[in-house]
Design a protein around this ligand. Structure first.
Ligand code: SF4
Length: 357
């Protein structure tokens, strides 16, 4: 079993001939020291060798390709999974934090019309281990490459995290308890799967929720985000209000700005009214060009005007600097591009990632 699918009890069982403190040493060596079990030099050589042979550590994800932005502070990695499927992670370093955008599924069944991943369809859920392994590699890269600790996580990569609820929540618990990332620095992004939002409200995990809204009336939203037909806005508002009351965490609305589609005055009026009902902060994201979707992102002046309309209505709204634009970081885009360029076969070693920073 891959290391990151193990919990501590399972590792204890695997190493039951070893004293408990040794197992703790392995656990801490991986999660705190960010070393692979067979590299933890404080362990006896025989145990290291055994772990190297018996555990397929870090073999769940292989870096297939990677792209760094010019400033070397944004890195996107396309990971090959053991069954040949692919997912991506994006690491973004800022002066005060390092954020990882993590994938939760290979593909996505939500079918948002403007999204490259949605167009490619759903393949499978990621395991807890595959999610955690993205965090492990990012932590190593962040520490060695940027000299900073991985501090923030956003579930905004490929997939709808609420559709893979069990594995995502198990991974989040481990990210908090084992990797030591504060729950308050973790954001889960959803199209608005209501049963998941209500369930998450009961978990006592004070993470932030970001909801991909993109349109603030049911008719338009169902066209852009088909899941809206199942979970319409009034019901969504109710679920979000409940989440907010239970977790005490702020809700944010994500709004991908698409020229001529959702960037008009009426859109701003409707969005302001909706955001008021939930007390939501609004993030405006100029849409990256998406293959198969004909509408470009809104022009910068249109985005600014839209933001001003929201703030004039008393809504807290920000324009998100689209870090990934230069390296095609909209969800699913790297994967799509590499597929088209047929570069899937030239695998690289994890160590190779460090040459990027
Ligand atoms: S935008 Fe997110 S939820 Fe929608 S299809 Fe893409 S990955 Fe899935």
């Amino acid at each position: 079993m891959p290391f990151f699918d193990l919990n501590q009890a399972q590792l204890l069982e695997l190493l039951k001939d070893q004293p408990t403190y040794r197992v703790k040493q392995v656990w801490q060596g991986v999660y705190e020291g960010l070393e692979r079990p067979h590299e933890i030099t404080s362990l006896p050589k025989s145990l290291r060798e055994r772990m190297g042979q018996e555990m397929d550590f870090a073999l769940s994800l292989n870096p297939v390709d990677r792209v760094a932005a010019d400033d070397r502070r944004t890195i996107k990695v396309l990971w090959g999974l053991a069954d040949g499927r692919q997912v991506e992670s994006v690491l973004m370093a800022y002066s005060d934090r390092v954020t990882l955008c993590v994938s939760s599924q290979a593909g996505c069944a939500m079918g948002c019309v403007f999204c490259a991943t949605g167009q490619a369809g759903f393949f499978r859920h990621l395991t807890k281990g595959e999610i955690l392994e993205q965090v492990f590699h990012a932590s190593v890269l962040s520490k060695r490459g940027f000299g900073q600790r991985l501090s923030n996580l956003v579930f905004m990569g490929m997939g709808e995290p609420m559709a893979n609820y069990e594995n995502v929540v198990a991974a989040i618990r481990s990210i908090v308890n084992d990797f030591g990332v504060s729950a308050r620095h973790i954001t889960l992004s959803t199209v608005g799967i209501i049963p998941g939002i209500r369930r998450l409200a009961e978990e006592e995990l004070p993470i932030s929720l970001a909801v991909s809204i993109h349109a603030a009336n049911d008719e338009k939203r169902t066209r852009l985000v088909p899941m809206n037909a199942r979970y319409p806005l009034d019901d969504l508002v109710e679920a979000l209000t409940y989440y907010r009351s239970r977790s005490n965490r702020r809700i944010s609305f994500e709004w991908a700005m698409m020229a001529g589609i959702n960037d008009g005055l009426q859109d701003a009026i409707e969005l302001a009214a909706l955001a008021k009902r939930v007390g939501a902060h609004v993030n405006l994201i100029p849409l990256n060009p998406t293959p198969g979707w004909d509408y470009p992102g809104s022009a910068p002046e249109v985005v600014r005007e839209f933001r001003d309309q929201l703030t004039d209505s008393g809504i807290n709204a920000t324009i998100r600097a689209n870090r990934g634009n230069q390296i095609a970081a909209a969800c699913g885009q790297l994967q799509t591009q590499f597929s088209r360029r047929a570069r899937i076969s030239d695998r690289t070693d994890t160590q190779d990632l460090f040459r990027l920073v």
